[in-house]
Ligand binder design. Structure first.
Ligand SMILES: [Zn+2]
Length: 475
């Protein structure tokens, strides 16, 4: 089989494998600019750095686009057991937790399966729920933290504890909605609490949080490698750049952001052979609610029909094979097979859609999209390990993985941009709605509406909650 891109492939691959550029960028993003959490100095600092880098790569009109989002600032949090013994535990607030104090009975829901909240409603009402980050065994779909949180609130919980399922990784963070004091604790302390609960039958705990919800400005970085055809059609490759505030967010997401920069660098070097524009993007504020990608699809809504394909590389430079999970595009099967043969590198592909990263707002608008990763390995591995903990640090990322990712994805995108018989089909609103319903993803959306209605009936509502209830729009 002949490979029409062989000469370009050689150029791209040799350029990537003789450079440490992505690792150099990763160190600056993480060690200089820290978590890059929305609204922090490192947020703007990292964005300016990425724009400068893109300019250095020959993309002179690279820029960043600001937008306002609901931000959050962490304060110290405290968890104490008040009966039958007294003891304090290390804990962290979950992003968007309100400031507050609550003392009540502890209700342990283990992995928090869908049915358990309704079943144990009497116990949960006015008490403090503790739930593990693990997916319920045998669950047909993955149950996200936010769904466990919303279901707990609907059952009447007045405080929420999220226990890391992984030993020795400390507490895990992750956004929730500003309704009750909400914290994360490590696996070991969670297990200790469950043992006391088992022995004593009843345990009282107190949560105290001191966080601040406020609006902040954050950014999307945009850098275009132009195509030679005078075509409106273009390709997007993106990764979010924001990490959680307690973390360097090195694998998730910085390893993906630096791969996007590297793709922009090498495609820029071969741009006279690139037919259609490839837009490199680094999205802000993914972790706290996909704000950057919602902002982009909303601010550029009149231009979305021109996107041929969107590739999301969230955590794209982590370990594993560098394939593409298409968000349900069987019509691209032939194209993918051919690309995989030509790349001469492991390139697993398949079809699956989930709502928890920046491809999602594009998917909802019918843009053909996919995400980097290994769909075959994803079937057997579960959860995030040190992700969303303070242990997601630069030393977890390997240059070889950044090379593999940049090499596969830049060459894949070259083929997407240059294909003259591009068959990816835009989904209709009907198809999207049907899919969401079939997967049960509408549950989460409907849950938020239900929770808003329910919370309105409370005697006392926190001002941050009122602000959240009245919030309009996607982001
Ligand atoms: Zn991520």
């Amino acid at each position: 089989m002949s490979n029409p891109y062989l000469e370009l492939d050689k150029k791209i691959v040799s350029e990537i494998y003789t450079s440490t550029e992505p690792m150099d960028n990763l160190k600056v993003l993480c060690d200089v600019h820290g978590s890059r959490f929305p609204g922090t100095p490192g947020d703007l600092g990292s964005v300016k750095y990425m724009v400068e880098k893109l300019k250095e790569y020959g993309i002179k009109d690279a820029y960043y686009e600001p937008f306002k989002i609901p931000g959050w600032k962490r304060g110290p949090a405290k968890l104490s057991i008040t009966s039958p013994i007294k003891r304090d535990f290390d804990c962290i607030s979950l992003p968007h937790s309100i400031t507050g104090e609550v003392e009540a009975k502890l209700v342990w829901l283990a992995e928090g399966a869908v049915e358990v909240y309704e079943k144990r409603k009497e116990e949960i009402k006015d008490n403090i729920v503790m739930v593990s980050s693990a997916n319920p065994p045998g669950a047909a779909r993955s149950l996200h933290r936010t769904e466990k949180f919303m279901r707990s609130i609907l059952a009447g919980a007045k405080g929420w504890i999220f226990m890391n399922q992984y030993p020795a990784y400390g507490p895990q963070t992750g956004g929730i909605s500003p309704i009750v004091p909400s914290i994360g604790i490590c696996y070991e302390d969670g297990m200790f609490l469950t043992r006391i609960l088992e022995r004593a039958g009843e345990v009282e705990v107190r949560i105290k949080t001191t966080d601040k919800n406020m609006n902040v400005t954050t950014y999307n970085v945009i850098g275009d490698v132009p195509g030679t055809l005078n075509s409106k059609e273009y390709v997007v490759v993106g990764s979010h750049y924001d990490g959680h505030d307690i973390s360097q967010g090195a694998v998730d997401p910085a390893s993906g952001a630096v791969v996007v920069l590297e793709i922009a660098r090498v495609l820029s070097l071969i741009k006279k052979d690139l037919k259609r524009k490839v837009r490199g993007m680094c999205f802000g504020a993914e972790e706290t609610g996909l704000f950057g990608s919602y902002a982009y699809t909303s601010m550029h809504s009149d231009d979305l029909e021109n996107i041929r394909f969107m590739l999301n590389l969230d955590a794209g430079g982590g370990a594993g094979r560098k394939g593409v999970t298409l968000h349900d595009h069987p019509e691209l099967e032939e194209f993918m097979k051919k690309a995989a043969q030509e790349l001469k590198s492991p390139f697993p592909f398949g079809h699956r859609v989930g709502p928890y990263s920046d491809h999602w707002p594009f998917y909802l608008r019918g843009v053909p999209c996919g995400s980097g990763g290994d769909i075959e390995a994803a079937r057997t591995t579960q959860g995030r390990g040190y992700g969303h903990s303070r242990y997601d640090t630069v030393d977890k990322v390997e240059l070889e993985n950044l090379w593999k990712a940049a090499s596969n994805y830049s060459r894949f995108l070259l083929r997407v941009a240059n294909s003259d018989k591009w068959v990816a089909r835009r989904k209709t609103q009907n198809e999207i709605d049907e899919f969401i319903k079939k997967q049960g993803y509408n549950e989460t959306v409907q849950l938020a509406d239900k929770v808003k209605e329910y919370v309105k009936t409370w005697d006392e509502i926190h001002p941050d909650t009122i602000e959240w209830i009245n919030r309009k729009g996607d982001w």
